[in-house]
Write a protein that binds this ligand. Structure first.
Ligand SMILES: Nc1ncnc2c1ncn2[C@@H]1O[C@H](COP(=O)(O)OP(=O)(O)O)[C@@H](O)[C@H]1O
Ligand SMILES: [Mg+2]
Length: 267
């Protein structure tokens, strides 16, 4: 059981709602009263753009966090660590502290250092679809992995590909996660194919011990609109539509990650 969960939101497929889900999870936990460290581990910087309110002046970037720098929280005790495109090449330089190559554990150490120093209750890490150094580092740092997937055939293939990536990390780097979960995004309940694929995802991956969350996130224009205006999904529409779905998902993820549930979605 993780008393301070570190949730990496990941999928080797792009555009499945990783950044949207990472931001909604971080903001949802903040609304529940938690101090949350969000980390943008995608060099494209989408999370950094939509989490501007939580980026305190003088805070480090993800590249610097990996190299030993410290996070500066906001006055409310929240933080988002922004990224720059240099993150993509962070491992081309040695660790400035030791002169040795940077390890996959450097981000995990940075996250734990920041959580200890500033009393964060949870960490949410957004990732890039590529299986590169930053993504592997994020998965190594995580206690839990949440995979957003669309309810389409290619979506299911993304979850399968993600599972083999996790298996390779587990084997090569001797890593274990406390939980791996899937959330269905961009869901249309009135589309028969979406319902059928989502139900089969729950059956197929649930049987493998993956937690498939009951709360599916509907496809709605509210989400890109909120993001375009720099608002959180919760800002105006709290408890309506996508906001209510993401809040419910956040509560389920917190219960799962805090260890209140065990082996659900299996058997
Ligand atoms: N539930 C949803 N309904 C409609 N559009 C969505 C939804 N979730 C995400 N989007 C949009 O889909 C695009 C990709 O989402 P994003 O979270 O950036 O995915 P990823 O980080 O996996 O690439 C964005 O334009 C986002 O606004
Ligand atoms: Mg993204």
């Amino acid at each position: 059981m993780a008393d301070r969960p570190i949730v990496a939101v990941a999928n080797v497929k792009g555009g499945t709602g990783k950044t949207t889900t990472a931001a909604a999870l971080a903001d949802g936990m903040r609304r529940m009263g938690a101090r949350v460290l969000a980390v943008d581990c995608d060099p494209q910087g989408d999370l950094s753009r939509i989490q501007g309110d939580y980026i305190a002046e003088g805070t480090c970037t993800t590249t610097d966090l990996i190299k030993g720098a410290d996070v500066v929280p906001t006055a409310e005790g929240q933080a988002t660590v922004p990224t720059t495109d240099e993150l993509e090449y962070v491992d081309s330089e040695p660790d400035p502290r030791t002169g040795q190559p940077l390890s996959y554990y450097a981000l995990a150490e940075g996250v734990r250092r920041a959580m200890d120093a500033h009393g964060f209750d949870a960490c949410v890490i957004d990732t890039h679809p590529e299986k590169n150094f930053p993504t592997t580092s994020a998965l190594i740092a995580a206690t839990h992995v949440l995979i957003p997937s669309e309810a389409e055939a290619f979506g299911v293939q993304g979850v399968v590909a993600m599972e083999s990536y996790l298996d390779a990390i587990a084997e090569d780097l001797d890593k274990e996660w406390e939980g791996v979960g899937v959330v269905i995004t961009k869901y249309r309940r009135t589309t028969t194919m979406h319902r059928r694929v989502a139900d089969s995802v729950a059956a197929q991956f649930g049987a493998q011990g993956v937690r498939v969350f009951d709360q599916r996130i509907s496809r709605t224009i509210q989400i890109p609109e909120a993001q375009a205006e720099g608002r959180s999904v919760y800002d105006e529409s709290y408890l309506h539509g996508a906001a209510a779905q993401y809040m419910w998902l956040t509560q389920s993820v917190v219960a799962w990650a805090m260890g209140g549930e065990d082996g659900e979605g299996g058997e």
